[in-house]
Every structure is written in structure tokens, then in C-alpha cells.
Design a protein around this ligand. Structure first.
Ligand code: FES
Length: 99
């Protein structure tokens, strides 16, 4: 599994956009827990790098759909799900399981 970034590169309550294997992945630091989600909103493709991070979810900048960070689900629009990947942090390294 690839190391995609260092932990100290993702600010607290912030995000970092990375590219790996032709895929844009957004790393999100929610109170010290790192999540990895796709950058493209499953609704109409807005970049989630501009999303608002609140409580346990990301709110899309275009129409405000709210995606839970833990599994990408959207309560109001269950047909839309943001892709997520498992993340592991070892020492200062963020490892994303892209399988
Ligand atoms: S493009 Fe994200 S909610 Fe519409």
C-alpha cells in the first residue's frame, strides 16, 4: 500500500489534495483522524477540495450535499455516495489502501 503523504502535511480540520495512479484523492483531517475520499462529487462532479468540513461530513461546494467521511454516504440523497478508501497512519506517514 502506498504512502501518499506525511501526516503533518494535512492541517488539523483541513484537507490536502493528492494525485496517485491518475486519481485525485482528497485527504481530510477531522480532529486528528485522516480520511481519504474521491475529489469529484458523485452528484455533478464539483471538486470536493472546496467542500466545507463540518462535524462528521463534507458539504459539497456546489449544491451542499453532505457526505459522511467514514463511508461517503449521503443521508438526504442515498443514491449519491462519495468513494472512500481505508487509511492507516504509521509514524508520520499516511497510507491509503487503493485496492
Ligand atoms: S455537485 Fe456536489 S452536490 Fe451537486
Amino acid at each position: 500500500m502506498p504512502v501518499v503523504a506525511r501526516l503533518d502535511e494535512v492541517p488539523a480540520m483541513g484537507k490536502k489534495l493528492i494525485q496517485i495512479a491518475g486519481q485525485e484523492i482528497l485527504l481530510v483531517n477531522l480532529k486528528g483522524t485522516i480520511y481519504a475520499v474521491e475529489n469529484e462529487c458523485p452528484h455533478q462532479g464539483a471538486p470536493m477540495s472546496g467542500a466545507l468540513l463540518k462535524d462528521t461530513y463534507l458539504s459539497c461546494p456546489r449544491h451542499g450535499y453532505r457526505f459522511e467521511l467514514k463511508d461517503g454516504s449521503c443521508k438526504e440523497h442515498p443514491e449519491c455516495r462519495l468513494k472512500t478508501w481505508p487509511v492507516r497512519v504509521e509514524d508520520n506517514e499516511i497510507i491509503v489502501d487503493l485496492a
